[in-house]
Design a protein around this ligand. Structure first.
Ligand code: IMP
Ligand code: MG
Length: 188
């Protein structure tokens, strides 16, 4: 394990099995339809790359980049679009792919924003869910969830701390001595 990690939470094997299962379920549910996968940069990138290769129905990609926290240690609820989608989603079957749902503020904003563009349908696929941290639980329904995890700061498989560790092939709990107990510069 990387020396900055406290413990491996999800191994490569666990991730691979669960991503394949999510892909199978999605392919079944969208049979006869085309999916527009909307990836949330940058955290969802690694998960998305593995997931789409397990989807057997015609799939298109687009990406959106948002900042969810700025530099404070607490979630502000202010979400800013840094890079919008390239194309219209009107009439498309949109599947949002996200790395982790934490407070839910990012997704709460994005679901509202993307719904207003009149897609044919909109669903959410998140690799990780930290339900104990949710601020607006009523508004977030995760249609496809990989793993429910405890309230620990995790990195790897796309997830970062100050842009580090995204390329680790597993997900580990970051040692608190690295982040000093606070969450800084957390971007999606
Ligand atoms: P939310 O708006 O609080 O749900 O924040 C979601 C975003 O915060 C995710 O897209 C992640 O980029 C980031 N985030 C939340 N928890 C973690 C974590 O444990 N590790 C790495 N990034 C996290
Ligand atoms: Mg991030």
């Amino acid at each position: 394990m990387h020396p900055d990690g406290e413990k491996i939470l999800l191994t490569e094997e666990q991730l691979e099995l669960q991503v394949a299962e999510l892909g199978r379920r999605i392919s079944q549910d969208y049979a006869g339809k085309e999916i527009l996968v909307v990836g949330i940069l940058k955290g969802a990138m690694v998960f998305l790359a593995d997931l789409v290769r397990k989807i057997t129905v015609p799939t298109y990609f687009d990406f959106i980049s948002v900042s969810s926290y700025g530099s404070s240690t607490k979630s502000s609820g202010v979400v800013r679009i840094l890079k919008d989608l390239d194309r219209s989603i009107t009439g498309r079957h949109v599947l949002i792919v996200e790395d982790i749902i934490d407070t839910g503020l990012t997704l709460n904003y994005l679901l509202e924003n993307l719904s207003s563009r009149h897609p044919a349908s909109i669903k959410l696929c998140a690799l990780l869910d930290k339900p104990s941290r949710r601020l607006k639980p009523a508004n977030i329904n995760i249609d496809y969830c990989g793993f429910t995890i405890p309230d620990e700061f995790v990195v790897g498989y796309g997830l970062d701390y100050n842009e580090r560790y995204r390329n680790l092939p597993y997900i580990m709990i970051l040692s608190p001595k690295i982040y000093g107990g606070g969450k800084q510069n957390v971007t999606a």
